[in-house]
Each structure stands twice: as C-alpha cells, then as structure tokens.
Design a binder for this molecule. Structure first.
Ligand code: AMP
Ligand code: ZN
Length: 664
C-alpha cells in the first residue's frame, strides 16, 4: 500500500471510531488501539506533509491560535425563536398558521438546548467553516476552535447535498462542567457560573488547544441551503444523523397541539436526567413546503415556536442575606429564602454573587424575589417583584467588615468580589487551607476529616497545617465524637503523611493557581522547595507551562515571612520538601542528550513506566520517529510503519531488555 493510501485508510478508520465514540456513544475499539492508530497516522503525516488535510482526525487536538475572530456574514440568516408559555399560546399560534397554509399540519417536537448556537458550512462533505450566531446576520468565524469538538464531523458519510449549512447548539454537559469547576476550585479560582456561558466563552478562546481540552458537544437540529431535496424537518434530522452528525434522538413527530403538550409535560420532568441543560421545547411545522409558505417575521420563523418550561422560575420571600468567607478570603453573599419547590428540589438559599449584583437588581430583605435554576450549583435570584415590595423596605447595605473576624474588607479595582485580608486570623480561611492540605489529592490524611479540622481550629489546637504534626492523642480525645481509636487513627494518619511525595506536598500547601499539574512541573524542575522559593519571576516563567500569573503567585507566597516559617516547620517535622533520595537515586544523567521513541507492548514495565524511566535518567521521549531520534525501544506488536521508518533512517532498535541493561 502506498503512503497515500495508508494515510487515507487510517483517516477513514479514525473517523469511524470517533463517530462511534462521540456521536453514538458506543466505541468498538479500546482507547489504546485508537491511540496507536492515531500515532501511526501522525507519524505518516509528518513524513508526508504533501498529504496535509485540515480535516484530518489527527488535528482534533487543536493548535491554531486566533488573535481576532473574523466577522462572517451568514448566507442564510440565523433567526431567533418566538416564545410561548401556555397551551393557549400554542393554540393561538396554530390558529394563526392555519390561516396561512393549506392541509393538515404535523409538528416536530425537539428539546431546546441551552448552549451557544452555531452554523456549520459543509461543501462536498467537508467542514468549511463554523460561525457563531452573532446578531443573526453576521457572526464570528470560530472554525479552528469548532474543529476540536469531537462530535462535529469533519468529513461526512453517505449521500449529502454538495453544499449546505447545518445549525445547532454547542453545549457543555453537566459532568464536564462540574469537573472543570472542581479543577478551578482546586487552584483557588472562582467557579464558572453556568454551562451555557462557559460553552460560548470556550468558542472564543484564542488557543484551540485549550478548546480541545473542554468536553464540549455539538447537537444539530436544522439544515439550511438551496435545492436540498428534503421534504420535512423530521426527515432532515434523520438525514443529518446518517451523514454523521449528533442529532438528539428525542425528537418526535406529532399531529396535534395536544400531542405537543404531552411531549412538553414528559420532558419537563425527564429533562432533569439529561446530561445537558435544556430550557424548553421547540415546535416546528414539519412540512418544509408549509414552512416556506409561512416564512419569517423580522425576528423569527412563523413555522417554529419555543415553549419555555415553567417550573424554572418561582417567586419567594427573601428573609435575610448572609455572607460566606471562602478559603481565599473571597466573600459570597447568600440569600436565605422561604423554602420553595423548584425543578424537583426544595430551595432555601440562592446565590447573590457580589455587591454589584445586589445593587443592580436592588435586592432588599423582605422582597418577593424570582428564583431560577439553570446549570448553576445553587439557584440564583434574577429579579425582584416590585409590586410586592413592603413600604418600609431598606436599601441593602453591603457589609464592610468580615462576618467572621470583623476585619475591614478589601476590594481591588476590576474585581467583583470583596476579600477579607485577615489571612491568618480569619477562621474560614484558616480552616479552608488546612482542609485543602489534608484533602485526598493533597496529603490524603486518613483519620482526619474536614469537620474535625474545624473543631481543632476552634479549640485553638492548630492554626495552620504545620501544627498538625504536633498534635497529641490526649489533645484530640476531648473533641466531639472522638474516641480513643479515632484519635489514634488521626495521629497515625498525620504521621504517615510525612511519606507523601514532594510534588503533592507542593500542591497541598495551597499556593494560589498551583494545581496538581503545575505542582508536578515545578517539583520536577526545581527538585526542592528551597530552589522554588529562591526562583525569580524570569526563571519561573521559563519553566514549561508556567505563566506570569502563576509565577507571581509563587513569588508572593514565599515573600511572606509567615509562609516561610510554616514551611521551615514542615521541614523540621520531616515532611518531604524535596524530591526524595530514593526518587533521585533512580534518576541519573545517563541518557542526557538522547531522544527515545517507545513503541509496542512491554513485558516487565508498562509504557508509562518505561517513559518515566527514560525521563528519570535524563533522556527525552518523543512520539514520532525522525532523524533526531537516538533509539527506538521496540516492544511486542510494534507498528510496522514505525519499524520501516526506523530502518529507513538507520535508527537502532532496542529490545526491552537491552534498554533496561542500558540504564543500570
Ligand atoms: P432564543 O435565543 O431564546 O431566541 O432562542 C433561539 C435559539 O434557541 C436558537 O438560536 C438556537 O440557538 C436555540 N435552540 C436550542 N435548541 C433548538 C432547537 N431544537 N431548534 C431550534 N433552535 C434551538
Ligand atoms: Zn475574615
């Protein structure tokens, strides 16, 4: 087979597997086999740049940077939708359209997905461009970002029109959204507010590699173009599905408004089990000839109607506002409400976000407020029912002092939040930092939980995480719910944490913006906390993946006398503040200046271990063979193309055993 054929075969195979995985949710090969195929393709593509194809599955990982998004005029305008809220509204709509068209009307019912709308253009089965809705007549060209979304087919299958636009919604499923927020909280950043804004924000990121990392999905629902030879909306959904698009299967063809309402009632309840956010149903006249007869108003098609789910919004009384202090000192105002049913749960509290929000909505204690639940973790207040405002109500005065420690709050220019600057004397900050220190991904201290930390701080037994190492059993036994055994477990757990590797300690000490990955990078590069503490900004930013914001945060952390003292104490207690001798002992410079490619399956070590061995001994691991490769470590089932390439370039192959002998 020629290289060209091989490339095209692999591209097709990978497309099918992508489709199985991301569109149909039913993969038929293992991730490992997928990766091998992808690697083989990438290698071939490097070797044969003449077969470059922007729609190759190998380019899904991103790479393109967009500084400014071009504006593109939509060939077919992207309309908005009219809204309805009741059966009466829908019957009115039906009466209106029946006057304009002949014959019976069937409707396609779909869910209204809450994300960012997108228009994709395909020519001869290839994705040509992706444009945001913008103002409806023109939007932003976000093609390179959309290419990274795996459920967007880059090449179509079956028989499709030569040219068409397909519209849909880019959504961020709850799972992925929550995961992104967990990661943000870990590095001391504010969580994203809701999946919709995060999805549309993602489309406008400059670095497509970042977009590729976000678990976005693209759900399609409308085909637009000339001479498409499609007769109905329902048919167009089926077609799109056959061409490889992700088209939700919940769409239903019905004959009457009563059936529409049945669909609405069903999904009003069951949508809470869907992986993404929906805010209503969209009803479309099914027949495209009828659609054409109906046409458009200035704003929306006459042939479609959105029906907004009701339970979304309720009104209730705001009893009081309380203020919470987070681990970083950020203040979050919280509304305490008369309990009310909303989207299947009882709501007692709602987020007020910050002082600006309260001022903007003029929210006052005693008000009747409207509460909505979107993708947010807790519901939010969206407006006040001014008709019900008590006559004696008072404008809300935002607090000026910390509710926990009475310190005057600070607010820096451009920051929406107030902060309590009392770093070491404000209980929730103190407790929060220690809770982070003991958490599972950090020091993972068995026998010690978040509540116990709060009790220990309250009893003034500890004020920072280094104090944990001085606790005695006698001190903790008197605490609530402590027994002899649990006290012993606690002390043992703390003792055991002295064995935790340096990179995790570095994460545990809670330097802002230093998450797990950054901690690993820093640990590997500097090898000890002392070296990190001494590093300059210039030095820090020269480390791979360390930006200015992180570098400044590291510098600030060690600029504090208090932090330096705490670190000194950790050191005295025997916490790992440098890469351990054992790890270092396994690290040599034997392989310095040598680049390895690892291929195939190994017996005594895993591929990951093998790569680590190479790096620990000063070598570099590359993913594809080139003239710069020093050796290929070849395992069982090494890809034939790699072998050929190694032979062509005269690069020595090492067996697993040969390699291991190399480093001892
Ligand atoms: P609105 O933004 O309230 O005017 O609603 C119109 C938007 O709903 C469209 O621009 C689409 O982005 C979005 N939408 C979500 N799901 C659908 C659907 N199934 N059919 C049509 N539009 C939808
Ligand atoms: Zn405080």
């Amino acid at each position: 087979m020629t290289a060209k054929d091989q490339i095209s075969k692999l591209r097709n195979e990978l497309r099918v597997h992508n489709h199985n995985y991301y569109v149909l949710d039913t993969p038929i090969i293992t991730d490992y086999d997928f990766d091998i195929k992808l690697k083989t393709l990438q290698d071939l593509e490097v070797k044969h740049p003449e077969f470059y194809d922007v729609n190759s599955p190998s380019l899904r990982v991103g790479g393109a940077i967009t500084k400014n998004f071009d504006t593109i005029v939509h060939e077919h305008r992207m309309y908005s939708l009219d809204n309805s809220y009741s059966k009466e509204d829908l019957l009115d709509w039906e009466t209106r359209i029946k006057k304009l068209v002949d014959g019976d009307i069937q409707y396609t019912c779909e869910l209204k997905y809450d994300g960012a709308s997108i228009s994709l253009t395909y020519e001869n089965g290839s994705l040509i461009k992706a444009v945001t809705r913008g103002d409806g007549s023109q939007g932003d060209n976000v093609t390179s970002n959309v290419r990274t979304i795996k459920s967007v087919p880059l090449k179509l299958t079956g028989s499709f029109p030569a040219k068409f636009d397909i519209r849909g919604e880019i959504v961020l499923p709850f799972d992925g959204f929550n995961k992104m927020n967990e990661e943000r909280l870990e590095i001391g950043e504010e969580p994203y507010r809701n999946p919709r804004n995060t999805a549309s924000g993602s489309l406008k990121l400059q670095d497509s590699t970042e977009v590729a990392k976000r678990p976005l999905e693209c759900l399609l629902y409308n085909i637009t173009g000339n001479n498409l030879s499609i007769e109905s909306q329902f048919e167009s959904l089926e077609n799109a599905r056959n061409w490889g698009f992700k088209v939700p299967t919940v769409a239903k063809l019905v004959n009457s408004i009563d059936d529409v309402l049945e669909f609405v009632d069903y999904w009003d309840v069951h949508r809470h089990n869907l992986p993404y956010e929906t805010d209503g149903v969209v009803i479309k006249v099914n027949n495209l000839f009828q659609q054409e007869e109906l046409g458009y108003t200035a704003k929306a098609p006459r042939w479609a109607m959105a029906y907004k789910f009701k339970a979304e919004r309720v009104s209730t009384r705001l009893n009081s506002i309380s203020y919470q202090v987070g681990r970083t000192g950020a203040i979050t105002p919280v509304a305490n409400l008369d309990p009310v049913e909303l989207a299947g749960t009882t709501v007692k509290r709602a987020s007020l976000h910050n002082a600006d929000q309260i001022e903007k909505l003029d929210i006052r204690v005693g008000d009747e407020v409207f509460v909505e639940k979107g993708g947010e973790i807790i519901p939010k207040i969206i407006s006040v029912d001014l008709t019900k405002r008590p006559s004696h109500s008072e404008i809300t005065q935002y607090i000026t002092e910390c509710p926990e420690c009475n310190t005057t709050l600070e607010r820096t220019e451009g920051d929406a939040k107030h902060y309590c600057p009392n770093y070491s004397g404000c209980a929730p900050q103190v407790v929060g930092r220690i809770q982070h220190y003991i958490s599972r991904k950090a020091m993972d201290i068995e026998g010690l939980g978040g509540e116990t930390v709060a009790l220990l701080v309250k009893a003034e037994l500890i004020t920072n995480y280094s104090d944990l190492y001085q606790l005695t059993k006698d001190q903790v036994i008197p605490l609530e719910r402590m027994a002899d055994k649990s006290a012993e477990n606690l002390i043992n757990g703390v003792e055991a944490s002295k064995q935790i590797q340096f990179e995790r300690v570095l994460y545990a000490i809670g330097i802002r913006f230093v998450g797990e990955t950054v901690a690993k990078k820093l640990a590997k590069h500097y090898k000890s906390i002392d070296a990190i503490a001494k590093a300059s900004i210039e030095d820090l930013v020269s480390v791979d993946e360390i930006g200015e914001r992180i570098a400044e945060s590291v510098l600030n952390f060690f600029a504090s006398e208090e932090h330096r003292e705490i670190i000194e104490r950790l050191k005295q207690f025997g916490v790992q503040l440098e890469i351990s001798a054992e790890v270092l002992a396994n690290q040599t410079d034997i392989l310095i200046g040598k680049t390895f490619v690892v291929s195939g399956v190994f017996e005594s070590v895993s591929r990951t271990e093998l790569k680590k061995l190479i790096e620990d001994n000063g070598g570099k691991v590359a993913s594809s063979i080139s003239s710069k490769t020093s050796y290929v470590v070849a395992g069982d089932k090494m890809g034939p193309s790699k072998r050929t390439k190694a032979e062509q370039l005269n690069i020595p192959l090492l067996t697993e055993q040969e390699f291991l002998r190399f480093i001892v």
